[in-house]
Ligand binder design. Sequence first.
Ligand code: BGC
Length: 746
Amino acid sequence: MHDAMKKYCFLIICLFAATFVEAQHTYKYGPVGNNKSLFISNLMKKMTVEEKVGQLNLVLSGGDPDGNAKEQAGVIRDSKGGAVFNVAGAALARKYQKIAVEGTRLGIPLLFGFDCIHGMKTEFPIPLGEAASWDLKTIEKSTRIAACEASALGVNWVYSPMLDICRDARWGRIAEGAGEDPYLGAQVAKARVIGFQGKSLKDNNTVAVCIKHYIAYGAAEAGRDYNTTDMSERTLREIYLPPFKAAVEAGAETVMSSFNAYNGVASAANPFLLRKILKGELGLKGFVVSDYDAVRELIDHGLAKDSVEAARIAIEGGLDMDMVSNIFRDKLLPLVKRKVVSEKLIDDAVRRILSVKYDLGLFNDPYLYCDENREKTELMSPDKLQAARESAQRSIVLLKNSQQILPLSKSNKTIAVIGEVANSKSDMNGCWCCYSSGNNPVSILDGIKAAAPNSQILYEKGCKVDATAPEDYSAALDIANKSDVIIMTMGEYAWMSGEAQSRSDIGIPGNQLDLFKKLEALGKPIIVLLTNGRPLAIPYLAEHATAIVETWFLGTEAGNAIADVLFGDYNPSGKLPVSFPYSVGQLPLYYNQLPTGRPHSENLSDPFRSMYKDVSNDALYPFGFGLSYTTFQYSNLRVTNPKMKANDKLEVKVDVKNTGNRVGEEVVQLYIRDLYASVSQPMKSLKKFEKLSILPGQTKTVTFYLSREDLKFYKESVGWITEPGKFYIFVGGNSRDLLKTEFDLL
Ligand code: BGC
């Protein structure tokens, strides 16, 4: 045999042998097999109650178990940890896993949890921004990529997606979710769960999700983070639950309870929320973990007098794992031994945790996610950056474009770029990027420069985002004077939204508006690029800016994607997933409002109406709104059979024509109103949407089907029902400008 051939054969034999050895390898818990329930039962028979309680503890990693995290290593070695939080790096994860697998009596592998909010290393738009794409394939793809990168870094469990519906932009965490609407929220939730968990959780590039924050956290009173919520069961189920329901139905493995109290009982110890609804009705198979230190916070909530009582009410309430407070670890065991807490509750929690480990394939191969080679090749590869750019393009919402100022021509222009955030890379990562570096993103300025090499691009900061003391604008005014057009970033720093970033004023911060007015006086067109993690109240800009482009915080490829839109390489197609108010005083504001007995009237001589004296009832920019460089005309909305029997599928059709001269994508939205029911129904509720591309001059007919399921509402102490009667159907390109037709449910 030729030498090279010999070498090749030897390699093949080695590879085969290695695979065989791996397949034969049984860890301390014995062979795994395909019968999950049997495997877990057998394993649990071997476990002491101490080992069981240990599984319920999420350990906060302090770094290297051989170095600064010796204490954590000890906890794991003592079988007092079922999962570790904040380990990223395949080699580091391997070290921790080795302690659990080789250093403990039963060798049960660990979960590695990490916040992977909108990308791991390659950052995608903040979730609120990506929801504005209304593009479920894009959203699924970005989460798939996040899962590939996270799993390459040793993470097998992500604290994501965040599914909190929010109708109050004062709450900074609105940035992390999909906005105000339960239907859109549910579709996005499903896409994200599928993206993260992939086809099989046993694949090495899929991760278990932890949907959060269960529940009604986005309804924190007055938009103040962590604040209490008090709402009817009907609102809970109709508005806040649908994304969680959709995610559990899509196979979400785990759930994080929220910090807030719902009707007086904190979610981390709320049997109605956790046991009755989540595990009972929705049928969650996996486990519930608390939010950070939330078991201890039960004392601050005034629900437990000490940590012992906190442990008891949390486990009884339906919580399975304690995130980092160490209260389950330290206080549960004596409670079980004294029979104050039934061992059955512990068994149920352990079974759920082991079930997730089984689903991830960790019992077959605890090191499945500790592959240093994948770490070297997966992160920020070119295909991932391209996907990030596409997602960012699709998340941009064009709010105003007077005089068709956009798109800009790429040549022969002097362009003044003004604004602090325009020259910031790190802000593009948004309020929460855990693993990505602040140097990775393409800044807005760099994106513009790269897209228009033949234009003269002048840059000045102008003013800081949040400074209120007088600033010198002269340099900014000077470059503006020399330019044909001004592009100005306005809005927030990335850190101004997110956790604990509630604001009572959601106008443009600092001196920015003052500078805008000075620039406006020059009489040149001003294109405003909004950077923000929440809706902002911008009535002045809405009137005075020439164009407004909502750019959120778009991630690693932000600057390129924004330039693609500014210069027309991408025709914007995003639609707001949340209403933009005129003023903070309108909050909470949402399109799907209930009717009142004294509706708003144009007749101002009748003052006794449900309306403000100083501002409209409506949004400045409504839910679902967004312009394109082309225009769309809706016509011929029709219902094939307007008498719908209970089990019929109602067919609704509408024609949408591209009346401009560019290819464009439109999000066709269908809303319903149930006119009379035993519980008042919203004036409009989104029930379907479709995003489609239409050529100039082309008309496409969009068909939607509604079933009885889509018409149901929740009636307390009765359940989900429909009642016969008249319904309106509205279809259009946003929640305000709509065609209308009707049908009867028989
Ligand atoms: C946040 C969660 C997060 C957790 C762990 C908490 O403060 O509310 O969203 O997953 O910390 O980082």
